[in-house]
Design a protein around this ligand. Structure first.
Ligand code: HEM
Length: 138
């Protein structure tokens, strides 16, 4: 191998562990969100109960698959997000900053429980944080 050849930077997607890791995190995240809606003083019940209680498992599966694609794409993987824009996906929900932060906290817990190192968690959150203004108060 040519010592002068530039080494391609390893994407966050690859460092996370690729599709198996992203899938494991998203599945844990969905489970965490559903569990959070069942706690007292839940911050996510208002927005997620309609989805969870609809009995429409297709909607939950669809959200899961969209999230895998979105995170997979945003972290530099080959996945392509084909869902709604963030304003369209959250239109009419009037999501608050408190609710946004509660959801990101559940993602953090999911990443911790799936063994994602803190520095990579920060990278993921830094990618998602700029979406806040297109999700909150839509
Ligand atoms: C960075 C933060 C977020 C990301 C990346 C995200 C991503 C998504 C995606 C990809 C969808 C599916 C879009 C589609 O069906 O085409 C969605 C839908 C949804 N999101 Fe978010 N979201 C975020 C924040 C939030 C927050 C803070 C809440 C509520 C507290 C929320 C609640 C929902 C709900 C209830 C749905 C609708 C599911 C349905 O009815 O089918 N999201 N989101």
């Amino acid at each position: 191998k040519n010592a002068e050849a530039p080494v391609a930077a390893t994407s966050l997607y690859e460092r996370l562990g690729g599709l198996p890791a992203v899938t494991a995190v998203v599945d844990q995240f969905i489970a965490n969100v559903v569990a959070e809606t069942m706690t007292s003083n839940s911050k996510l019940k208002r927005t997620f109960d309609p989805l969870v209680q609809s009995g429409n498992s297709y909607r939950v599966a669809s959200l899961r698959n969209h999230l895998i694609d979105q995170i997979g794409q945003a972290t530099g993987g080959p996945l392509v997000y084909k869902g709604l824009s963030m304003p369209a996906a959250h239109k009419g929900m009037n999501i608050s900053e408190v609710e946004f932060n509660a959801l990101v906290a559940e993602l953090g817990k999911a990443m911790t429980s799936k063994g994602v190192p803190a520095n990579q968690q920060t990278e993921v959150v830094n990618i998602l944080a700029p979406l806040k203004s297109s999700i909150v108060a839509q």
